[in-house]
Design a binder for this molecule. Structure first.
Ligand SMILES: [Zn+2]
Length: 384
């Protein structure tokens, strides 16, 4: 039994039923009107699964803010102090901006610039601790995979996946898999565990896109495999990579725990990337890895179209709970989607199925030779 950081009741046991960790901090927090992260994502997912009748409130845990001691397990103390200063003053000095990239590179100073990442870190670390004896936790507010030890990067200020994986290592686990489905390479996580044989990091991401790392031959000293995919990646190609490379690599590692970063920017409708998945690909991937370890944590990540992110992540919760997704969203869930505001071109005339369905039409297609090659290459030169 783990004490509830909120103090009142004991935390639910994720071996009995999956646990959902989220926070109300995401509902009204925005990186600013013109920033891709001005859209509500976690609150949309939470509202959807409640409206679908998929959330027993006994499964819900409000994420605590991570303590300084927990954050410092990975991050630099001077950087943490700078992040707190930025929130308190709602401004940064030129020195802090240059050194820590806060208020630079699309990492804005916003109202909760310390509290929100600290809540993501607290939620994801709690997820890791909750499954110490097994079980499943979904924590869609986590997934800030670009965060660096001593600076902000790629909209990420802290790196909650790294902190969660370190929590598992500190608990004594020594065979861990990190699977990153985000359209961007999980560079911060890969670099944090480069050459660390206890953690295998796997990342499928769009080739030639920021941060321009994660080439197919980049194995980070043996602890990583990378799948830089061409624009237009379809569901069939994603399944090919899962079946012919990722699932065999995971099985070979015999993981005690699997951590999935489910950044939803690989979906066709995402404004920041050019991949073409339907949400079926995410749901299939999560269902496929689930039986491969006794402990599973699934977090969020990127994803900048609130309709498609919300529908994708809500469906992941359904998959984790073995709940079938109905063909048509019931009125309460449709209302959640119709209430969203999305100030991009695609949001001015949203297609009807963004409101009336949760499941996308499948986006199957041919498997291009470069995808086959990526799968083969990832299995080459494995030690016996
Ligand atoms: Zn991304």
């Amino acid at each position: 039994m783990i004490a509830n950081p909120g103090g009142a009741s004991p935390l639910p046991d994720p071996r009995v039923a999956p646990v959902y960790i989220a926070s109300e901090i995401y509902r009204h927090s925005t990186y600013g009107g013109l920033h891709p992260l001005s859209v509500p994502r976690v609150s949309t997912c939470t509202d959807l699964i409640r409206a679908m009748g998929w959330l027993d409130e006994a499964q819900y845990v409000e994420a605590p803010m991570a303590s300084d001691a927990h954050i410092l397990r990975f991050h630099d103390p001077d950087y943490l102090a700078a992040l707190k200063r930025a929130e308190a003053r709602q401004a940064v000095t030129a020195e802090d901006r240059d050194k820590y990239r806060i208020g630079a590179d699309s990492n804005p100073v916003y109202r909760e610039v310390f509290r929100r990442p600290a809540t993501s870190a607290g939620g994801t670390m709690l997820a890791a601790r909750l499954v110490s004896d097994g079980g499943i936790v979904h924590c869609p507010g986590g997934g800030t995979h670009h965060g660096r030890r001593d600076r902000a990067s790629g909209f990420c200020y802290l790196n909650d996946p790294v902190l969660a994986l370190l929590t598992w290592l500190d608990l004594g686990l020594d065979r861990i898999v990190y699977l990153d489905l985000d359209a961007h390479h999980g560079d911060g996580v890969q670099d944090a565990f480069a050459g660390e044989p206890r953690v295998l990091t796997l990342s499928i991401h769009e080739a030639a896109r920021w941060p321009f790392t994660g080439a197919a031959d980049d194995r980070a000293g043996g602890s990583a495999r990378n799948f830089p995919v061409p624009a237009g990646l379809n569901d069939t190609e994603h399944r090919h990579l899962m079946r012919h490379a990722i699932l065999p690599l995971i099985a070979r590692h015999r993981p005690q725990a699997i951590f999935v970063q489910s950044g939803a920017d690989s979906l066709l409708e995402d404004p920041l990337a050019k991949l073409a998945l339907s949400n079926n690909a995410y749901w299939e991937a999560v269902a496929a890895v689930r039986p491969l370890a006794p402990r599973l944590v699934v977090v969020g990540g990127g994803g900048y179209n609130p309709y498609t992110v919300g529908r994708c992540w809500a469906g992941i919760w359904a998959v984790l709970n073995d709940i079938p997704v109905p063909d048509r969203t019931p009125p309460a869930a449709e209302s959640v989607l119709r209430a969203l505001v999305y100030n991009r071109a695609a949001g001015r005339n949203p297609p009807d199925h963004w409101f009336t369905t949760l499941r996308d039409a499948p986006r199957e297609g041919p498997v291009r030779p470069e995808i086959e090659r990526l799968a083969e290459q990832a299995l080459e030169e494995l030690p016996a």
